[in-house]
Design a protein around this ligand. Structure first.
Ligand SMILES: [Zn+2]
Length: 259
């Protein structure tokens, strides 16, 4: 399975790096995990056909995770895509996205390909082709919710990471977390081949302390601040100090990896 990290920056604007987006490609299908990076430009530049991605996963409502959705849809429309696009995410996120596409004049009758909206429920496996998706909740927006939910009841404060199962292997995308301990329920469920993990909302050491307790084969770090760009060696050292024995990779924009 191939993973291309379209953007590795966190919520801060980076002069050199894009916001969140991981393109997963298998021989049969493709999944875009979050859409905060300029996915449309990347796909065109790499001459990747307009049927990619087949699936879009949106973890939560922060713009660095969904701000490029309408640009992507507009691009796929103008590139005359015909294949359906399957969008997965929290129910209220999907409602907001659907509404936003209408506001952006991207009407279902106009764009030439159907969008199938799949509202996900945490803990409930959803089979799609050779993939099984199981969402898990994170506490990334809990603190914001405690301050603003009452005043903004129509805003979605859910954030979901996802366990992807494919050909007997398990892959985990953290989405955004409040703390890595939120990964424990999904990481302890069996060997994880690759953990695609953010590293901006908690101390670096806390991530490795957590993964050291679980059968995680490799950690692929994304969604991290600019000051970490050249510190992969230091992160590996911290991982060893915390007794994490698996691989540690600091991702860079637009580089493809077999995971
Ligand atoms: Zn966020």
């Amino acid at each position: 399975m191939r993973a291309i990290f379209l953007g590795t920056a966190d919520g801060h604007t980076s002069a050199r790096r894009e916001h969140s987006g991981i393109l997963i490609q298998t021989p049969e299908t493709s999944i875009l995990l979050d859409c905060g990076a300029a996915a449309a430009r990347f796909l065109l530049h790499k001459k990747i056909e307009a049927d990619v991605p087949e699936i879009l996963w949106i973890s939560h409502m922060h713009s660095d995770h969904n701000g490029q959705v309408s640009s992507l849809i507009q691009s796929l429309w103008l590139r005359t895509r015909r294949a359906p696009l399957h969008v997965f995410g929290p129910a209220e996120v999907l409602m907001a996205m659907k509404d936003w596409l209408e506001k952006c004049l991207l009407f279902p009758e106009l764009i030439g390909f159907p969008i199938h909206w799949h509202a996900i429920k945490p803990g409930k496996p959803h089979v799609h082709g050779q993939f099984t998706f199981t969402a898990f909740p994170t506490q990334h927006l809990h603190s914001l919710a405690s301050h603003f939910k009452r005043a903004y009841p129509n805003t979605c404060f859910d954030c979901y990471g996802v366990l992807l199962e494919y050909e007997g292997k398990r892959y985990v995308y953290s989405a955004d977390l409040a703390h890595p301990s939120e990964l424990a329920p999904v990481l302890k469920g069996g060997k994880v081949n690759a953990l695609l993990c953010e590293l901006t909302h908690f101390p670096e050491r806390d991530l490795f302390q957590e993964v050291a307790q679980h059968p995680v084969q490799s950690v692929w770090i994304t969604h991290y601040p600019d000051h970490l760009v050249r510190r992969e060696a230091e992160l590996k050292l911290i991982a060893r100090e915390e007794k994490y024995r698996g691989e540690v990779h600091l991702m860079h924009d637009r580089v493809a990896h077999e995971i």
